[in-house]
Design a protein around this ligand. Structure first.
Ligand SMILES: [Zn+2]
Length: 348
């Protein structure tokens, strides 16, 4: 491990981002997802565009209200998934719900606020960013900083994922090359080919485009229509690929491995806008295992919005049960000023 950690430019600081980091960028969270989806449906009806999606939205929302009214989107998805595994039929499938989730976030994407992410990107320390978010505020902030405004050559260091366009190496800049970004749940700008199993990225969210058109094709297989790749909020995120079947999950596994490697060797970890939800046992184990092995870790910084009373106690208890596993007895700092303020401070 030592020879690896001493390598120059190896990330000393790891930023682990949850949904709370994208709230200031106006991306929906699990908690407000139903309101946002209703807003999208309302606008589709008012504006008359995108009419082909109205039945999907109507069905997903009605079924949610009638059967799982007290569940958030994550619990709703898990309930439908469990029913499918038990062979109980619902009038909605997990495939429908994936489209519902992807389209809601994609369609709601304007206007975006990337300012906080820009401060984070510009923060001059060898760092790695691990995110559970599907939105592409982070990527957009990088390309905006580079002045490339999402032209087709923008390069993002996703570790294992290639651009769907050939990238001209001359266009690569230090910012683009330096920060590895590991998206553990896939991304709205990722698509996979069912023939080669490769995931490719685009420079814009693709869910809406792939839902409506069939002309987005694999770089190698011009006859294969690409499929969006987001990993739903569920227990079986890293299903084992079947032997001899080309699966995008092998690339996703390499991303998780790299994330684990960075978490095991860094000196500082920031958890931002992430609350270790009860439904995500897998993530708790993933983080705990890394902390158990990291002997370099000096500091853990938790960044969250203001919390009071029981919700603060509950939040800190959930963190304590995980951070108590840390091998190196790191210093713990809780910052309740929120992501925006935190990023402004980073910029100082
Ligand atoms: Zn292909």
């Amino acid at each position: 491990m030592d020879s690896v950690t001493k390598q120059s430019g190896y990330p000393k600081e790891v930023f682990f981002l949850g949904a709370g980091a994208s709230v200031s960028g106006r991306v929906p969270t699990f908690a407000n997802f139903r309101d946002k989806a209703n807003e999208v449906l309302y606008n589709m009806k008012q504006e008359g565009g995108n009419r082909d999606r109205i039945p999907l939205f109507q069905n997903a929302l009605n079924y949610w209200n009638e059967n799982f009214n007290d569940y958030n989107i994550e619990e709703y998805y898990s309930a439908i998934e469990m029913d499918e595994q038990l062979n109980h039929n619902n009038s909605i499938t997990t495939e429908n719900l994936k489209d519902f989730i992807g389209l809601t976030i994609d369609i709601l994407r304007k206007p975006l606020n990337t300012l906080s992410y820009k401060y984070l990107v510009k923060y001059k320390v060898a760092k790695a960013i691990i995110t559970t978010n599907w939105d592409i505020l982070l990527e957009r902030s990088i390309t905006e900083l580079e002045g490339t405004i999402f032209d087709k050559n923008a390069y993002i260091n996703y570790i294992a994922i290639q651009s769907c366009d050939e990238i001209d190496p001359k266009t690569l800049t230090p910012i683009m090359l330096s920060t590895p970004i590991m998206k553990l749940h896939g991304s709205l700008n990722w698509c996979y080919c069912s023939k080669c199993g490769n995931i490719y990225y685009f420079n814009q969210p693709m869910y809406d485009a792939l839902y409506s058109f069939d002309n987005v094709k694999c770089r190698k297989h011009k006859d294969i229509r690409l499929m969006p790749f987001i990993v739903p909020p569920t227990l079986s995120k890293l299903e084992k690929p079947e032997p001899n079947v080309k699966s995008p999950y092998s690339q996703l596994s390499s991303i998780w491995s790299k994330a684990s490697e960075y978490l095991r060797s860094c000196e500082k970890i920031y958890f931002i806008g992430y609350s270790f939800p009860e439904t995500d046992a897998q993530m708790r184990i993933f983080i705990s295992n890394a902390l158990k092995e990291n002997s370099n870790l000096k500091e853990i910084i938790i960044v969250s919005n203001q919390k009071n009373g029981y919700s603060k106690v509950d939040f800190e208890e959930r963190y304590n049960s995980i951070l108590s596993k840390a091998r190196s007895n790191p210093k713990l700092i809780c910052n309740y000023n929120g992501f925006e303020e935190f990023c402004k401070d980073l910029a100082k």
